[in-house]
Design a protein around this ligand. Structure first.
Ligand SMILES: [Zn+2]
Length: 689
């Protein structure tokens, strides 16, 4: 699971999950949206034709839907994604309940594991009565630490079971020898969603710091500290996390894969961080010889090396206890769940109400037992025909991308040839894995919800660690089939379209091509383009960090991306809250490239050639309206502020406005003229792929 969140570029943010290092998809709610069509097709009723397409295409395309579909109380945002995720969660729940109903399922079977995990999570009475008993063993282990040797052992134990303190450990392809897996370390250890919140002096950052310290203190009181002690403990946590944050890279700094590639042996690490006992840490994980480890942020690791002795053992114990608490709170009694919600969802994102328990437990089952649930889900909900139709669109998109590369007026033939080699090497994962993970070792018991979550964490990391220094398995999936998202992995040069996204409004095997190409087609084009964005272009066809560009072409690419950065920097949903054009660059390149490639593929379809209008719209118009429909979104102000800080994707409205303002076919389709707000002069237009 972890390798997904750090290394794969995905279509849509995965919100930070409450559990350790894993991440979840943005969840959704049951309320039926007013203007959602009952059968697939374009939602004409959701348009607002009082607004001119030339003034504000986004509101023209989805304005009525936006007016009629406020964010439900238990959501941070409400969008086509959320609605689909809500439907998918309902389906997953049905699948889980079916598994739970099999009373004679053997204890090592997948239905038993899935059904029991869910039922134990739904046993509200027992969870209430247990309070924080299920994590008392974890807290006592920390209390019992006697020395730094014990501290290092505990770091490893927590990394395996609850949440990774200080840094994330994961296994992924060696980016300079991408056929082999290696262990890797990534900065972490902070409870706020970004390092900037600890170090910046703007009002919102200060307000967040104050609220965070109060939140940590309240959690400490819940496990028995008196008010004064809890306050002191919260300040200790804040001091440690602030040091970690100050030594962490910004999200923009982390967009440089070459700077993130620093392969080191245990000996190298010993020389850099003499006080950090890497040997003991890996030994506790059962890895006696990790070989070369990729240290993504060496400066961060050096700071930890200094902190080991500079922070007192008592200080470390407080910090470790907090780390267990913040990751495990959602699995404990209401006092913990509510405090966790109040800070992370309500304060940081404006969510009014917590989701009902069943939704939270389905999400946790999905995260903890992802492939187990996925196997049962696809059997119930994924029509095999969908896979063939989607593969056909992928094939057409790959052809269109090849043609666009050939036609680029700014790239030399030498670089074009390499780009096309890379394009034809892209691997496609569609629907669900051909080969499922072996889940034999994954244990689920009836003792407690928290214990099951810890066992699932343990299984996941152990399962990854057994691949260290082993060849990369190209068939392995890094997303679950029930995920409503898509991804591209630069070091594997593959893209993944799980069953979850092969549903309307992204895709429907029965709707017209213009709608499918404007949604799923553009999504596929988006993922293809990730292989050629600011980060992806630095990897070759085999997933190795290897220069294949001529210096002149590289310079031209950078010039073009600079202009795109400037375009997005100018977008600001609130005064003082601008989109970060550099942080979102890869996604913006992918949105623009994805639409251009998908449009080119559309022009070859029968529908486009005949030009037949449906619902009064030409194929071209339906294509762009379909893209807008995918991104129709209402989002709470606080959630939008947080998103602008932490999400590498631009807010939905700019994922429509941003790319379309650079596409001539869009200007033609809606007769957008020079001087119109949606228009850009030819010299301002950016086109990369
Ligand atoms: Zn993306």
């Amino acid at each position: 699971m972890l390798r997904t969140s750090l290394l794969v570029v995905i279509l849509m943010i995965w919100m930070l999950a409450p559990i350790g290092c894993m991440r979840q998809v943005t969840p959704a709610s049951p309320a039926a949206p007013v203007s959602e069509p009952t059968k697939p097709g374009f939602d004409v009723a959701g348009m607002d034709t009082n607004v001119s397409a030339a003034d504000d295409f986004y509101h023209y395309a989805v304005g009525t839907w936006i007016k009629e579909n406020p964010v439900p109380d238990d959501q941070k945002r409400w969008s086509a994604f959320n609605i689909l995720r809500e439907q998918t969660r309902e389906n997953v729940k049905t699948t889980i309940l079916k598994a739970a109903d099999i009373t004679d399922a053997p204890k090592d079977s997948i239905p038993y594991k899935v059904g029991t995990f869910y039922q134990v999570g739904m046993d509200e009475e027992k969870i209430q009565a247990d309070g924080f008993t299920p994590i008392k063993g974890e807290l006592s282990r920390i209390e019992a630490i006697q020395d730094l040797a014990g501290f290092h052992r505990e770091l490893a134990h927590m990394t395996l079971h609850t949440s990774a303190p200080l840094f994330y450990l994961y296994v992924a392809p060696d980016e300079k020898n991408a056929t082999m897996n290696i262990a890797a370390v990534y900065q972490g250890g902070i409870g706020l969603p970004d390092r900037d919140y600890y170090v910046e002096e703007d009002d919102r950052s200060k307000e967040i710091r104050t609220a965070y310290v109060a939140h940590v203190a309240r959690m400490m009181e819940l496990i028995g500290s008196d008010q004064k002690t809890a306050q002191k403990e919260a300040e200790t946590v804040m001091a440690i996390e602030t040091r970690l944050a100050a030594a962490s890279n910004t999200r923009v700094e982390n967009r440089n894969p070459k700077a993130r590639y620093n392969k080191m042996t245990i000996e190298d690490l010993k020389a850099r961080t003499p006080d950090f006992d890497w040997q003991a840490f890996f030994a506790e994980l059962g890895v006696t010889d990790p070989g070369g480890i990729n240290i993504n942020q060496p400066r961060f690791i050096e700071e930890i090396g200094k902190m080991v002795k500079e922070v007192s053992l008592a200080g470390w114990k407080t910090y470790l206890k907090w780390t267990v608490l913040r990751s495990m709170a959602p699995t404990l009694s209401d006092a913990f769940v509510n405090e966790h919600f109040a800070f992370n969802d309500k304060f940081m994102n404006g969510q009014a109400e917590i989701k009902p328990r069943w939704k939270r437990v389905v999400d946790m089952t999905n995260r903890s037992l992802g492939e187990a649930v996925g196997q049962l889900y696809v059997a119930d909900y994924f029509p095999p025909e969908a896979k063939d139709r989607a593969m056909e669109i992928v094939a057409n998109l790959l052809i269109a991308m090849g043609e666009r590369i050939d036609a680029l007026d700014w790239m030399s033939n030498a670089t074009k040839a390499k780009a096309k080699e890379k394009l034809s090497a892209i691997d496609v994962k569609m629907g669900y894995p051909d080969k499922w993970k072996d889940l034999t070792e994954l244990e689920v018991k009836e003792d407690s919800y928290a214990a099951n979550v810890m066992r699932a964490n343990h299984f996941d990391l152990m399962d990854d660690l057994k691949d260290v220094n082993k060849p990369v398995d190209k068939a392995e999936w890094y997303m679950t089939p029930q995920t409503v998202n898509a991804g591209y992995s630069p070091s594997r040069n593959d893209m993944t379209f799980p069953a979850g996204i092969l549903q309307f409004p992204f895709f429907d095997k029965d709707v017209d091509d213009a709608i499918n190409y404007g949604a799923m087609g553009a999504v596929i084009g988006h993922e293809i383009t990730h292989g050629f964005d600011d980060q992806g272009r630095q990897y070759d066809k085999d997933g190795n960090l290897e220069d294949w560009w001529t210096p002149e072409d590289e310079a031209k690419f950078k010039e073009k991306t600079k202009a795109l950065v400037a375009q997005y920097n100018a977008y600001a949903p609130f005064e003082g809250f601008h989109v970060n054009g550099e942080m979102t660059l890869g996604e913006n390149i992918a949105d623009l490239g994805g639409l251009l490639v998908a449009y080119q593929a559309l022009t070859k379809t029968e529908q486009f050639k005949t030009g037949t209008a449906i619902d009064g719209f030409t194929p071209s118009q339906r294509f762009f309206l379909s893209w807008a429909q995918v991104w129709k979104t209402n989002i709470r102000d606080d959630a939008l502020k947080t998103m602008i800080k932490i999400d590498v994707h631009s807010p939905a409205r700019y994922r429509v406005r941003g790319p379309l303002a650079n596409i001539n076919a869009f200007f033609e389709a809606f007769e957008i003229k020079p001087g119109d707000p949606m228009h850009k002069k030819e010299e301002e237009v950016v086109r990369i792929w």
